[in-house]
Design a binder for this molecule. Structure first.
Ligand code: LMR
Length: 399
């Protein structure tokens, strides 16, 4: 019956992470997956999360199905964080927000929705983008193209080429954008560039789908949402996928959100209804625990302050690791190839190492990074950073 089914070739991120788990070498270093590890190389449990869970445990109560659209308190908290407490669109009821199974779930529900209502549109993602963006939209039935983004020569952004390409797209093309901490390059637009791009999206009647998986890991919670706030300010209807996997260290709880900014409350009600229908047809309704934890933290002032402090500590540690790898590589790498460790933002640095060099790092040194050359800087710590730098120097042929 199933003889015709091909073997799954694996996923460039998750399968590599599984290979890492199976690697028996004790000195191995995981810089592959986008997960924040602490300075002891452990996945942290945030105190704010622990305290929220302790409070919830004291009052667990029964566990009925959640509504198809998710927990109301969570959906409200998502909106306030993503769009801001003072968002006019929010106040006017023009934002439809749904609890989703992580950021990927938001992308997929959004993609299915778009395929149904914009069947002729094509999707445009940055070159390069998170590997799963292409997969999600292709599986939803879209043709996926790329727009210019990363400039390998400078380690920066090809902004003019990007705007030029996007400015020529047909009306209602879907443009996937990273709100902050671009994955995989760590290269973001500045605020002026977002303003300009939002104007182009509006003028061309394009449909932005903004992925914000790393809110709080760039410049700060508010600053990282600038692109979304600017789209709203310029009146550009858009979709936003957000995730609490990284900024709450709640990877396995699958806490995400999908928001659609509409032109009226009536439109938003219809959009929410159709998204809800899509959820019912897929998995009926989302799980309870993670949403309750996130909502509790975001709506309890002391827990929220604690969470923001812990998140800031994570960012500061990543910044220290950027300094440390930069320092350790200074005798082996020069110019922009070195400075990018400091200038690129968020969890990732696009090292410029080739797939062959990434293979050698993994096979010869037990240092795992993606074959695209993406390094998760959040996997570095005081103990492994020297070893990693030596391994990189070695594969660069500079022993
Ligand atoms: C990553 O980019 O490594 C993370 O977002 C994990 C994933 O699901 O790919």
């Amino acid at each position: 019956m199933f003889a015709h089914i091909d073997a799954f070739p694996g996923d460039p991120i998750l399968s590599l992470n599984e290979d890492f788990q199976k690697d028996p070498r004790t000195e191995k270093v995981n810089l592959s997956i986008g997960i924040y590890f602490d300075d002891n190389g452990r996945l942290p449990v945030m105190q704010a999360v622990e305290q929220a869970e302790a409070a919830l445990l004291a009052d667990m109560g029964p566990r009925p199905y959640l509504p198809m659209s998710g927990l109301v308190a969570y959906r409200n908290a998502v909106q306030a964080l993503v769009f801001g407490e003072d968002s006019p669109a929010r106040a006017a009821g023009r934002v439809a927000t749904l609890q989703t199974l992580g950021g990927s779930g938001a992308l997929r529900v959004g993609a299915d929705f778009l395929k149904r209502y914009f069947p002729q549109s094509q999707v445009w993602i940055s070159d390069p983008s998170w590997e799963n963006h292409r997969v999600v939209f292709e599986r939803a039935g879209f043709t996926v193209n790329t727009y210019p983004y990363y400039d390998a020569a400078t380690g920066g952004l090809k902004f003019d080429a990007m705007v030029d390409a996007i400015g020529k797209l047909p009306k209602q093309s879907i443009v996937l954008l990273h709100a902050c901490c671009h994955n995989p390059t760590g290269v973001d637009l500045n605020q002026d560039q977002w303003r300009q791009l939002a104007g182009v999206l509006k003028a061309r009647e394009l449909l932005p789908f903004v992925d914000m998986a790393y809110q709080g890991f760039g410049e700060g919670l508010e600053e990282d949402a600038f692109a979304i706030r600017e789209l709203e300010r310029q009146g550009v209807p858009c979709l936003v996928a957000n995730s609490f996997s990284k900024n709450f260290s709640l990877y396995g709880e699958r806490c995400g959100g999908l928001s659609v900014v509409c032109n009226s409350a009536a439109e938003a009600a219809n959009v929410l209804g159709q998204l809800t229908g899509a959820v019912r047809a897929n998995y009926s309704n989302p799980p309870t625990h993670g949403a309750r934890v996130v909502a509790k933290v975001l709506t309890t002032p002391e827990l929220r302050t604690l969470w923001q402090q812990e998140l800031a500590d994570m960012c500061n540690r990543i910044a220290r690791m950027r300094q440390a790898i930069h320092h350790n590589l200074r005798d082996h790498v020069s110019g922009e190839a070195l400075s990018r460790y400091l200038t690129q933002r968020g969890m990732f640095t696009y090292t410029g190492l080739s797939a062959d060099q990434a293979d050698r790092l993994r096979e010869d040194h037990g240092v795992y990074l993606l074959r695209s050359g993406r390094m998760c800087v959040a996997g570095l710590n005081e103990r492994n950073v020297t070893v990693v730098a030596k391994a990189i120097a070695s594969v660069l042929g500079d022993r």
